[in-house]
Design a binder for this molecule. Structure first.
Ligand code: NAD
Length: 261
């Protein structure tokens, strides 16, 4: 339980990768605030489960990552209810798949706001307490699309590349203050975010569901299997350890070999 006494805030953690991070951190004793959308009963059950795992506190914020005032309120609520975040994981994300000349403006704005601008607003609000404590971990969920591109994902690729640059910049700014800032860059992980983009990809490329899975999603993932949420959670936990204190400003690929090509 090496995270006893620490507080973690994870954006976009009502499902998928974020919930995996939350469970792993709680199992090591961290107080965890989760965030995101979803059915109220399911979220309540997740908070109770996280409380049981950590043996201390857990909480939920329904802050919308497109709304800077709600993001600032979430950090304040976390500080009041569980303590100021020692570990901040910027994980919320959405996807939209369309050729750029047909890309809806509102989708562009939403993808950029949720993936990139929200990380700026959370980090800005959370860093002062980390600096005061002389310890902190900021972990951003990037993507292989932080490092390389695929067609029809202009907003997502732009936001995730932006997040990679943001990670490096903040790591340099706080390098001497006991705070590390890193970006975990997964290949395809089987979560609702991936499942939900299948219909649009079928439409954009004129393919069947099986063709999208095998010929698009896994086509460039050399291991030919989806990355597991637990593998990402294990890396996030390692980044929180003292042994990882020299790892900062990195974009760490967990992509089955995708970006080796
Ligand atoms: P997911 O859909 O299961 O999780 C997304 C989370 O973000 C959910 O909790 C959702 O409620 C939340 N969210 C969405 N819009 C929000 C908003 N406006 N405000 C607050 N929360 C919001 O998907 P996931 O696959 O677990 O994705 C998590 C992160 O991992 C994303 O940043 C995604 O880009 C990244 N990622 C996923 C994959 C993959 O293959 N699944 C690969 C690389 C990177």
């Amino acid at each position: 339980m090496f995270l006893q006494g620490k507080t973690a805030l994870i954006t976009g953690s009502t499902s998928g990768i974020g919930l995996g991070y939350a469970r792993a951190l709680a199992a090591e004793g961290a107080k965890v605030m989760i965030n995101g959308f979803g059915d109220t009963e399911g979220i309540k059950e997740n908070v109770i489960h996280l409380q049981q795992l950590s043996g201390t506190g857990a909480a939920y914020s329904d802050a919308d990552m497109t709304k800077p005032d709600q993001i600032r309120a979430m950090i304040a609520d976390c500080s009041r209810e569980l303590g100021s975040p020692d570990i901040l994981i910027n994980n919320a994300g959405i996807q939209h798949v369309a050729p750029v000349d047909e890309f809806p403006e509102d989708k562009w704005d939403a993808v950029l706001a949720i993936i990139l601008s929200s990380a700026f607003h959370t980090t800005k609000a959370a860093l002062p307490a980390m600096k005061k404590a002389g310890w902190g971990r900021v972990i951003n969920t990037g993507s292989m699309h932080s490092l390389v591109a695929s067609p029809y994902k202009s907003a997502y690729n732009a936001a995730k590349h932006g997040l990679a640059g943001f990670t490096k910049t903040i790591a340099l700014e706080v390098a001497t203050q006991g705070i590390t800032v890193n970006c975990i860059c997964p290949g395809y992980v089987w979560t609702s975010l991936v499942e939900n983009q299948i219909p649009d990809t079928m439409k954009a490329r004129g393919l069947t569901r099986e063709q999208v899975i095998n010929d698009v999603l896994l086509a460039n993932q050399p291991q030919k299997k989806f990355v597991q949420v637990d593998q990402l959670a294990a890396l996030a936990l390692f980044l929180c350890r003292d042994e990882a204190s020299a790892i900062t400003g990195t974009n760490l690929s967990v992509d089955g070999g995708w970006t080796a090509q």
